[in-house]
Design a binder for this molecule. Structure first.
Ligand code: 2HG
Ligand code: ZN
Length: 464
C-alpha cells in the first residue's frame, strides 16, 4: 500500500498537482473509450505536457510495475483505451501543438494530442489535404489514430492512417525516446520500426510526436445516395460507379439504421421510398461532365434492376446533409449499448459474405435488433447488435460473445479479419486466433516483451 502511495506522489511530482487527477468523475471520464461494455476503474489519471514527462512516467511505472493506459480522444470502440484494472491513465491531451509545417515536403509535424480535425484544418490552410476522415475526427487525436491505424470513410481512395505516417517520436515501454522514420519518401536502411507502432494499440509505448504526410487538395466532391432492394447488389453498383467516376467513398447502411438516425436527428430522408439497403457514394468532381458520368452510371444500375431510387447533392451543404445519414449512425446507436463487430473480407467475397451473415444473424439473434452499415467499398461491415431493453449488460455481452464465434468461423472461411479498423482492444481479444496464427501471436508477444519487458504498456489489450 505504501509503495502505491509513494508511486502516486512521485507521479504527481512529475506532472504537477493540477494534472494529477483522482476524483471519481475524472477516473470515469478518462477510464474508458466509447466501448461501454467494460467498467472503468483506473487508480489515477495523469496529463503530461512534454515527452520528458512521458518518459519519467514510464521509468517510474517500470520501477513499480505499474500498468499504464495511453489515452487520446478515447473515441475507440474496442475498449483499447479502457482502464478497468487499477491502471494509471496517461492522457496526451495537453500535448497538442503543431510543431512544423513543410509545404515542399507535404508534411505536418505535431504532438500526439492534436485533434484530427485540427490537422485537417492546418493541411487545408497549406493548400493540402489530410485524407483520413470519419465521424469522430472532431474528438479523436493523432496519437490515437496512429495507435489504432484508423481508417474511416475514404479508405478506398486514400488508404488507412498507416499510409500517411512519415515519422514518429515514441517513448517505448522500457523508457527509450526513439525517433522512428525520417520523413523520407525513400529509406531502405533496415527494418521499419516505425510501422510496428502503427496499430499497436498502446502496447509497445507512447507515441508522443508524429510527422504526417499530406495529399494534394482534391476537387470539390459530389455525393449520391441510392436505394437498393438487396445487399448483394452493392458490389454490382460499386463496379459500375468505379468504372465511371473517381470514387472517394462507397458506403452502405440498412433501412433499420437510417430510420433511427432520421428520427433521432430529425434529418430528411434521401427520398420518399424506403429501401432495405442504401449506398452512399462520394466521387471527386462537380463539373457538368462529372455529373453526367455519374448519372449515366446511375441509369445503368437502375436498368439492371440493382438500384430503385437515388438522389445527388447539388451543393456542399447537401453533400454534408447526405453524409450525416451515414456518419451519425454510430453515435445514434450508442444509447442501446450496441455490441459491435467490425468485420472485413476481400472485396470479391462481399456479396457471398453478406448473404451468409444475414442468414446467420436471422438464426442466432432472434428477437435482437441487428443493424449493418459501413465501408463496403473496401470490404468492411460494421455489424451492431442492440441490447434489448431490460436485458442486463453482462447477459447481453455473454450472448453476443457466443454468437460471435459463428460469425468469426464464417469470416475465417473468407480469409477476413475480426477487426477491420477498430482494433482488438479488450473486446476482440478472445477472437484474435480467427485472424492471426499461433506463430504470429507468439512473434508479437516476443516483440512486445522486447519493447516493454515489464509489461506495463496497456496490459491485457490485443493478447495476454
Ligand atoms: C463508422 O464507420 C465507425 O461509423 C463506427 O467506424 C462504426 O459504430 C460502429 O460500429
Ligand atoms: Zn467505420
Amino acid at each position: 500500500m505504501k509503495q502505491n502511495a509513494d508511486m502516486l506522489s512521485a507521479l504527481r511530482r512529475i506532472v504537477g498537482q493540477q494534472h494529477f487527477l483522482t476524483d471519481p468523475e475524472s477516473l470515469r471520464h478518462y477510464g474508458c473509450d466509447r466501448c461501454d461494455l467494460f467498467e472503468p476503474s483506473p487508480v489515477a489519471v495523469v496529463r503530461p505536457g512534454t515527452t520528458d514527462e512521458v518518459r519519467a512516467i514510464v521509468l517510474l511505472a517500470n520501477e513499480h510495475r505499474q500498468a499504464l493506459v495511453p489515452s487520446g480522444g478515447r473515441t475507440g470502440l474496442s475498449g483499447g483505451a479502457t482502464a478497468s484494472r487499477g491502471e494509471v491513465v496517461v492522457s496526451l491531451e495537453r500535448m497538442k501543438r503543431i510543431l512544423d509545417c513543410s509545404a515542399p515536403d507535404g508534411t505536418i509535424r505535431c504532438q500526439a494530442g492534436v485533434v484530427t480535425a485540427q490537422l485537417q484544418e492546418q493541411a487545408s490552410r497549406m493548400g493540402l489535404y489530410y485524407p483520413v476522415d470519419y465521424a469522430a475526427t472532431g474528438a479523436s487525436q493523432i496519437g490515437g489514430n496512429i495507435a489504432t491505424n484508423a481508417g474511416g470513410n475514404r479508405v478506398i481512395r486514400y488508404g488507412m492512417t498507416r499510409n500517411w505516417v512519415a515519422a514518429l517520436q515514441v517513448v517505448s515501454g522500457d523508457g527509450q525516446v526513439l525517433e522512428l522514420g525520417r520523413g523520407l519518401i525513400k529509406d531502405n536502411s533496415g527494418y521499419n520500426l516505425m510501422d510496428l507502432f502503427i496499430g499497436s494499440e498502446g502496447t509497445l509505448g507512447f507515441i508522443t510526436e508524429a510527422t504526417m504526410r499530406l495529399a494534394p487538395a482534391p476537387a470539390e466532391a459530389t455525393v449520391m445516395v441510392l436505394g437498393l432492394d438487396r445487399l448483394e447488389y452493392l458490389l454490382n453498383v460499386l463496379g459500375v460507379f468505379r468504372a465511371a467516376v473517381t470514387l472517394n467513398a462507397f458506403e452502405f447502411f440498412t433501412e433499420s439504421a437510417l430510420k433511427r438516425v432520421v428520427e433521432r436527428h430529425r434529418l430528411q430522408r434521401p427520398f420518399a421510398d424506403r429501401c432495405p439497403v442504401y449506398a452512399l457514394i462520394e466521387f471527386e468532381g462537380d463539373s457538368e461532365r462529372d455529373i453526367e458520368a455519374a448519372l449515366a452510371a446511375y441509369e445503368q444500375t437502375r436498368a439492371s434492376g440493382w438500384v430503385r431510387e437515388g438522389t445527388i447533392s447539388q451543393s456542399r451543404e447537401q453533400a454534408r446533409s447526405l453524409w450525416r445519414l451515414r456518419d451519425d449512425i454510430s453515435d445514434t446507436l450508442a444509447q442501446w449499448t450496441p455490441y459491435k463487430n467490425d468485420l472485413s473480407v476481400p472485396i470479391s467475397a462481399v456479396p457471398d459474405f453478406l448473404a451468409d451473415i444475414e442468414a446467420y444473424v436471422a438464426e442466432h439473434y432472434p428477437g435482437f435488433e441487428v443493424l449493418s452499415y459501413g465501408h463496403i467499398g473496401d470490404g468492411n461491415v460494421h455489424l451492431n447488435i442492440l441490447k434489448p431493453e431490460g436485458m442486463a449488460t453482462e447477459a447481453f455481452k455473454a450472448h453476443c460473445d457466443q454468437a460471435s464465434e459463428g460469425i468469426f468461423e464464417l469470416l475465417k472461411r473468407y480469409r477476413g479479419s475480426i477487426s477491420a479498423e477498430h482494433g482488438v482492444g479488450l473486446l476482440k481479444k478472445p477472437y484474435l486466433r480467427y485472424t492471426r496464427s499461433e506463430a504470429e501471436t507468439a512473434l508479437m508477444r516476443t516483440i512486445r516483451k522486447v519493447l516493454d519487458p515489464h509489461g506495463i504498456m496497456n496490459p491485457g489489450k490485443i493478447f495476454d
